[in-house]
Design a protein. Structure first.
Length: 353
């Protein structure tokens, strides 16, 4: 906890500066891409947003909670003793810190939370690593689902090539995971080589210790990966579909009808473009611009203000909504610590290099 407080004091100014700069950069890129198909009538965008009613808010909240719950399933499977509820709490809080603070803010808070729950970093961090790796596999796999959705509606050659490249990346990642998890000799070799590279810049690095550490990690990762990979991939794939469902509901809420933009076109296009979420802030600006261009080509230029309004709404729900949930989970965790309901975490620290 002392390390976390010191980190917070040193970098408080970055809490606001970093996300603001990322948002500005993303929207500048988005404006450049959108300008390729024409200027946006922001007045009409406001009119479209004015069509929303408070009765729709509970549905957006429920979809967001379902999305975040599915997103936390792998973490709860890969970290022994964590459980689903604390997995959601850890995931949301780390997302908050990863957005507003520079690295390793999210790692520091994850380890601190694990220690407060009686889970060592040795057990917790391999699970976090596996969670991230599986998410990247899904991120580059879901374009196949997009192709299936678009097959009977609208399928361009660009969709096929983007999906094939994404799937190739996903397959290579899965093969790499399985090979490393099953091959102790390969894992130790990787650890030793990386340690040798790092030793050129740091005198106190022992390449053999790095080999031992990677070998131990492989042993831990192997059993967890084989057991948790299928349900983790299923839950994350469902999470991405729910994310697309939020886009669909947002479009319908601002007046984009199924005759203008069919459901399969919306979901299929979203899934094909989903690898763009690998960019900062989940591809904010760039992914949005790509979706606006694709949706406008189908629905027509007259629907562009409503499409822009829907994607703004989607971002508010999924980005700002998730950050607000992270504030709540962080506050709840700190309140439990102040009441002495969790283990002491004075010794929590980031992993040594």
């Amino acid at each position: 906890m002392k390390n976390f407080k010191g980190f917070r004091r040193r970098w408080w100014w970055v809490y606001l500066l970093r996300p603001i700069l990322l948002v500005i950069l993303s929207f500048l890129i988005a404006r450049l891409v959108i300008s390729l198909v024409g200027s946006v009538d922001w007045h009409q965008v406001g009119v479209a947003l004015g069509k929303l009613s408070w009765s729709q808010a509970p549905i957006f909240v429920l979809l967001l909670l379902l999305r975040q719950g599915l997103n936390a399933v792998p973490l709860s499977l890969f970290v022994p003793g964590l459980g689903f509820g604390r997995g959601v709490q850890n995931d949301l809080t780390a997302n908050l810190m990863g957005t507003v603070a520079p690295p390793p803010g999210d790692v520091v808070i994850r380890i601190s939370m694990f220690k407060s729950w009686g889970i060592s970093a040795v057990d917790g961090m391999p699970g976090v690593t596996l969670n991230s790796l599986v998410f990247y596999v899904i991120r580059f796999s879901v374009p196949v689902l997009g192709l299936i959705a678009l097959a009977g509606v609208e399928l361009a050659s660009a969709h096929i090539w983007l999906s094939l490249v994404s799937v190739l990346i996903a397959v290579l990642m899965i093969v790499g995971l399985i090979v490393v998890s099953r091959g102790e000799r390969l894992a130790r070799l990787i650890g030793r080589k990386v340690g040798q590279v790092v030793s050129r810049f740091r005198d106190n690095v022992d390449a053999e210790k790095w080999a031992d550490a990677v070998g131990d990690f492989r042993s831990t990762m192997s059993s967890r990966l084989m057991r948790g990979l299928p349900p983790s991939m299923a839950s994350l794939a469902a999470m991405v579909v729910v994310d697309g469902g939020i886009v669909l509901y947002a479009l319908r809420s601002v007046g984009v009808s199924s005759s203008m933009l069919p459901m399969l076109v919306i979901l299929g296009t979203f899934l094909v473009a989903y690898p763009l979420t690998a960019l900062p802030l989940a591809g904010l600006g760039i992914l949005d611009a790509a979706l606006i261009v694709a949706f406008t080509e189908v629905a027509g230029a007259a629907a562009e203000p409503e499409i822009v309004a829907a994607l703004v709404l989607w971002r508010v729900v999924t980005l700002i909504g998730a950050l607000l949930l992270g504030v709540l989970t962080l506050g709840w965790w700190r309140w439990q610590i102040s009441r002495g309901r969790l283990h002491p975490i004075e010794e929590a620290a980031t992993p040594s290099g």
